[in-house]
Design a protein around this ligand. Structure first.
Ligand code: NAP
Length: 298
């Protein structure tokens, strides 16, 4: 069975969809402040606050029950306090909800999980505008505080013998009716004929949530939960800007792209935490899965 920590989140929703579509496994999915979905014969939702010891203990009871029934439990851990600006403004909350929460979760669930994949970020690196894309062996140097927090989480996860996937900026339609993302925002703004300022001069190997979740599952299935490397980059072949993603989306859905206004990072007033071009190399994941291309879908 799969345990999706952060099942109510954007990536969590796509993981659940693709586990249902590609396996016959049951899913235990956590939600936090916003409700995930309805229980079905395949998906069982439960409330989890990783910073609350009683909530963690309830989860452990459930996991023990499934272990007694002979289930193998594969966990994908996507939860966290993950907005770079929020992490900068509220460092205590960032440490508590990311590092302490992860440690508590791993200690409580010791011996109950057969495998775990933790979702990290390309922000564990600094900008490399003109340099070659970072691969898994390159030395990390976080671009901002959120990147430092995620790097600390990576080290913890690896020290428990589990795995990390590093991800770029992700996007896609939200599968959770209680949460909206970049794409819903973009659609609303264009439909209301407002101007939408989008960054057009910094690049990441961005991917859609659907593709990322499919690749994570392919890795887990092919290697039976024991990935061949402690850290794996999952990202697209070509770096793109958010502006290019928005244009591709507007083209596909026949939206008026004249409302999209490209702006430069140097003019941008809405980010506090440092951003910049970060490119990652995806040759390891392609060779592991025997694929030749990874491109985003809108
Ligand atoms: N989005 C990106 O572009 C991007 C890029 C690189 C890496 N990542 C990583 O990918 C993962 C998934 O991101 P996402 O885009 O799917 O974000 P998301 O929708 O915000 O997912 C994070 C989930 O964690 C839950 N959560 C937060 N605090 C919690 C707590 N104390 N206890 C239990 N659950 C808690 C949130 O629940 P509530 O919302 O209900 O509080 C949310 O469902 C994250 O680890 C992120 O760092 C994301």
């Amino acid at each position: 069975m799969y345990l999706v920590i952060g099942g109510g989140g954007f990536l969590g929703g796509y993981l659940i969809k693709n586990i249902i579509n590609t396996t016959k496994e049951k899913i235990l999915a956590s939600y936090h402040s916003s409700k995930g979905g309805e229980n079905t014969d395949r998906v069982e939702w439960f409330h989890l606050n990783l910073t609350d010891s009683n909530s963690l203990k309830d989860l452990v009871c459930t996991l023990k029950h499934f272990k007694k029934c002979g289930e193998k439990i594969t966990c994908v851990y996507t939860a966290g306090y993950i907005k770079p600006d929020d992490c900068l403004k509220n460092p205590d909350l960032a440490v508590k909800n990311n590092i302490i929460a992860l440690l508590d979760f791993l200690n409580e669930s010791k011996n109950l999980l057969d495998s775990l994949v933790f979702t990290s970020t390309d922000f564990v690196f600094d900008t490399n505008e003109k340099g070659k894309p970072y691969n898994e062996k390159d030395k990390e140097h976080p671009i901002n505080f959120y990147g430092s927090i995620k790097l600390a989480c990576e080290k913890i996860v690896n020290s428990y013998g589990y795995y990390v996937v590093r991800l770029p900026f992700m996007f896609g339609r939200s599968l959770n009716p209680h949460k909206s993302h970049f794409i819903e925002h973009l659609e609303r703004v264009i439909n209301e004929r407002e101007c939408f300022e989008i960054l057009s001069d910094y690049y990441e190997n961005s991917l859609d949530y659907d593709t990322v979740s499919k690749i994570i599952l392919e890795l887990l299935i092919k290697f039976k939960g024991k990935l061949p490397a402690p850290v794996i980059h999952i990202c697209s072949d070509e770096p793109v800007t958010k502006y290019e993603i928005a244009l591709a989306f507007a083209r596909k859905y026949h939206l008026d792209s004249s409302y999209l206004q490209p702006i430069r990072l140097s003019e941008c007033k809405f980010f506090l935490a440092k951003r910049g071009t970060i490119t990652m190399d995806n040759s390891l994941v392609k060779s592991l899965l025997g694929i030749t291309q990874i491109n985003f879908e809108v």
